[in-house]
Design a protein around this ligand. Structure first.
Ligand SMILES: C[S@@+](CC[C@H](N)C(=O)[O-])C[C@H]1O[C@@H](n2cnc3c(N)ncnc32)[C@H](O)[C@@H]1O
Length: 251
């Protein structure tokens, strides 16, 4: 984002665990108009458009004050629902979308751990940086705390449930495959797991989970990447993205 829009020091918490506190997000969204976690749409649009078609019913979880939904809308993906746990984010998002003429986008206050939608309702569920919040206090990334495991599984079970039989979950994250696969590949899910990367020096991960397509040998597609050094991560990460680096330090 343009640093002149919202100075980081006004809204960033003192410790990463604040990201787990819903009051933190309300306070933040009361003063912040726009912040784009990780990269903006222009960096992964080429990937999104390979997977989402204009007639897809799409749910974005944890929209915050990102412009992702309006960018999707501009690309003709108009059957969109956004949710966030923060009532302030939701109210401000509704106002912003109306002012930009994106009238069909629905915005609801809801918890991704308990999604208020019928089973098999969406073609695509997408999240950017929202699942990462659940990991900020996870302890050892190779052996996360039970509370982290249960929240992440609750989120994924909800996402899996609301996806149509051949629906797709897209997760845009810092989380590297060795930390995400144990969750994505849990036996309760039927989705296949693939990922791509994007970004310049630093690689962000773009996971594509296709419901009903897990193969018996669970073969995964992955791009081969050379992981840059931790020093490079620190130099390249924008603003608060740096706080979600936790797992990288433990590699
Ligand atoms: C790191 S921000 C990402 C925001 C946005 N997706 C982006 O890319 O800029 C995490 C968002 O998840 C929301 N959030 C946190 N826990 C949530 C939950 N249990 N259910 C729904 N949203 C949640 C926060 O309010 C915040 O808007």
């Amino acid at each position: 984002m343009d640093p002149s829009e919202t100075p980081k020091c006004d809204v960033a918490p003192a410790t990463a665990s604040a990201y787990l506190d819903p009051h933190y997000w309300d306070r933040r969204f009361a003063q912040e108009e726009h912040y784009e976690w990780f990269k903006d749409y222009s960096y992964f649009r080429h990937l999104i458009l390979q997977y989402i078609t204009p007639n897809s019913a799409v749910l974005e979880v944890g929209c915050g004050n990102s412009q992702l939904c309006e960018e999707l809308y501009r690309d003709g993906i108009t059957e969109l629902t956004c949710i966030d746990l923060s009532s302030i984010a939701v109210e401000k998002m509704k106002q912003r979308l109306l002012s930009k003429g994106c009238k069909e986008i629905k915005v609801l206050e809801a918890d991704m751990l308990d999604l208020p939608f019928e089973d098999e309702f969406f073609d695509v569920v997408i999240e950017k940086g929202t699942m990462d919040v659940l990991f900020v206090d996870s302890g050892d990334p190779w052996n996360p705390e039970p509370v982290t495991v249960s929240k992440v599984m609750a989120m994924l079970e909800n996402v899996h449930r609301v996806l149509k039989p051949h629906g797709m979950f897209i997760s845009i994250t810092f989380g590297q495959p060795h930390f995400r696969r144990p969750f994505f590949n849990a036996p309760t899910f039927t989705w296949s797991v693939e990922w791509r990367t994007f970004g310049d020096g630093f690689h962000y991960f773009f996971y594509i989970l296709k419901k009903g397509e897990r193969s018996s040998d669970n073969t995964e597609y992955t791009e081969k990447i050379d992981m840059p050094s931790i020093t490079l991560f620190h130099e390249e990460l924008d603003n608060e993205d740096y706080i979600f680096r936790t797992n990288l330090d433990d590699m």
